[in-house]
Design a protein around this ligand. Structure first.
Ligand code: KIV
Ligand code: ZN
Length: 509
């Protein structure tokens, strides 16, 4: 049985979704959860994008021990040297370099002749090999590249020392059967194909990213690049959880296995969702709230008689627990910490443990049954508001039938308290307007969403806010048992991000 390498690019391609940018600390938390899930390769970012991206890749490289940490670099010496520098602390590292190979990209974007593209690719791979033996090469937009040209460039980069050849369907254009044939043809026709592992990286513009990835696996690909919850540029990438569970569930079809600890899947999904503010749709395969719920009486009856009548996977195998109360009011600090560790959540400092523990005690006063979901939301909320310049001090919101809702908000702006008051069409509207009286941000609210973290009216509400200013988009999150407070936190979280915009290079533009 072959090994199917799982290469997670949530921290790189996932972060290229508008508004999904993550801080260094958030990237470390996700990377640790991916490591715990036994992901083989973690693509931590594009170090050339900015100083912050460089530091994040460097920090992930230092924090992760069991997975290979990868950095993306265009086929340019400066990018490759920067990636190599960022990856220095890694126990095992990989440089992933790429250049576009489709006629439209070569002519219109790169303005290069195909011969020049081959020359650049070979030079880049040879240069990357000076830093590490583990080099991956991608012909970007391979999905729309000519097969003869792909064969030529791939043969050349394998000769130059690339050990992994990744075939991206960059714009999500391929059909599963044809994409599978491309992989088959490449492996069959390229004389030195046996010296490399073939990988695929599929985008989901036509909803086919997972189908294309699996078709490639059927045709010899032994690495799949994917993201948690299918996060990624535009319609996203192939969802890790779907690829992994398809391979595991259909062992009669796939001649390979992954190393993934599938019981960590739901934890990782929740973590990525709460950090990025991208909610998971209820009917999303594997990690959606309804993925294992049986609504109709006929299905419930069947599952009770014999679960295989309607279930092809077991919910617990991907980490779902049925409303498991995990901690309560009397749980101590050690139990709290140990339980978070079992969820893949580790703290950077004692101060962070103390802050989260004190939030936990407050929550336990309001809500006496605390579930995993509560803890995940609480920790994300505590850590994401930690270093904010504008903080919520207090809020008063008044709603009364027949009266216009009012909000009074006290903020700490760089340590100085300021008060704003406003009315609004509802308590949340009044709160946002009161905040704007103080901050005057000139931003546009694109998305406002509320999700309950657990069931029941005492549940925490998790609020997501997406703001735009001058083309720059950010997401903010907040959670609290009071959704007006959660909304204020989410709005402030987004404002804090948008007011310190960071210049970043996009690798593919
Ligand atoms: O979609 C794509 O082509 C990419 C490459 C950089 C691998 O993300
Ligand atoms: Zn991509």
């Amino acid at each position: 049985m072959d090994n199917l390498i799982i290469f997670d690019t949530t921290l790189r391609d996932g972060e290229q979704s508008p508004g999904a940018s993550m801080t260094k600390e958030e990237k470390i938390r996700i990377a640790k959860a991916l490591e715990k899930m036994r992901v083989d390769v973690i693509e931590a970012g594009f170090p050339m994008a900015s100083q912050g991206d460089f530091e994040a890749v460097h920090a992930v490289a230092g924090a992760v021990k069991d997975s290979t940490v990868c950095g993306l670099a265009r086929a340019m010496e400066a990018d490759i040297a920067r990636a190599a520098e960022a990856l220095k602390p890694a126990a095992s590292s990989r440089i992933h370099t790429f250049i576009a190979t489709s006629p439209v990209h070569m002519e219109k974007k790169l303005k290069m002749h195909p011969d020049q593209v081959v020359e650049h690719a070979v030079k880049a791979v040879k240069y990357a090999r000076q830093f590490t033996d583990n080099v991956e090469f991608s012909p970007e937009d391979a999905g729309r590249s000519e097969i003869d040209f792909l064969c030529r460039i791939i043969e050349a980069v394998i000769d130059a020392g690339a050990g992994t050849i990744n075939i991206p369907d960059t714009v999500g254009y391929k059909m599963p059967e044809r994409f599978g044939k491309v992989i088959h043809t490449l492996i069959e026709r390229i004389p030195n194909a046996d010296k490399a592992i073939f990988s695929v990286h599929c985008h989901n513009d036509l909803g086919l990213a997972v189908a294309n990835s699996l078709s490639a696996v059927m045709n010899g690909a032994r690495q799949v690049e994917c993201t948690i919850n299918g996060l990624g540029e535009r319609a996203g990438n192939a969802a890790l959880e779907e690829v992994v569970m398809a391979v595991r569930t259909r062992q009669d079809v796939f001649p390979c296995q992954t190393n993934i600890d599938t019981t960590q899947i739901v934890n990782c999904s929740r973590l990525v969702s709460s950090i990025t503010g991208f909610p998971v749709q209820p009917n999303k395969a594997i990690v959606g709230a309804n993925a294992f719920a049986h609504e109709s009486g006929i299905h419930q009856d069947g599952v009770l008689k014999h679960r295989q009548t309607y279930e092809i996977m077991r919910a617990e195998d991907v980490g779902w627990h049925t409303n498991r109360m995990v901690l309560g009011k009397h749980s101590g600090r050690n139990a709290f910490r140990a339980h978070l560790s079992s969820l893949g959540i580790e703290f950077e400092s004692e101060e962070e443990v103390n802050m989260a523990f004190s939030r936990f005690k407050d929550l336990a006063d309001k809500k006496h049954e605390i579930y995993d979901e509560d803890l995940q939301a609480l920790v994300s909320d505590t850590l994401s508001h930690e270093n904010e310049q504008i903080k919520l001090v207090s809020i008063k919101a008044v709603c009364e039938t027949g009266e216009r809702p009012q909000a009074k908000i006290t903020l700490s702006v760089n340590g100085e308290e300021q008060v704003g008051e406003s009315d609004g069409s509802g308590a949340v509207d009044a709160t946002f307007k009161a905040i704007e009286k103080v901050v005057n941000s000139n931003t546009h609210l694109l998305v406002y969403s509320v999700n309950n973290v657990t069931n029941g009216t005492d549940s925490q509400g998790e609020v997501g806010v997406r703001l735009e200013k001058g083309g720059h988009i950010v997401n903010g999150q907040g959670s609290d048992t009071d959704i007006v407070v959660a909304s204020a936190k989410a709005y402030l979280n987004a404002l804090n991000k948008i007011m310190t915009p960071v210049e970043r290079k996009h690798p593919q533009v």
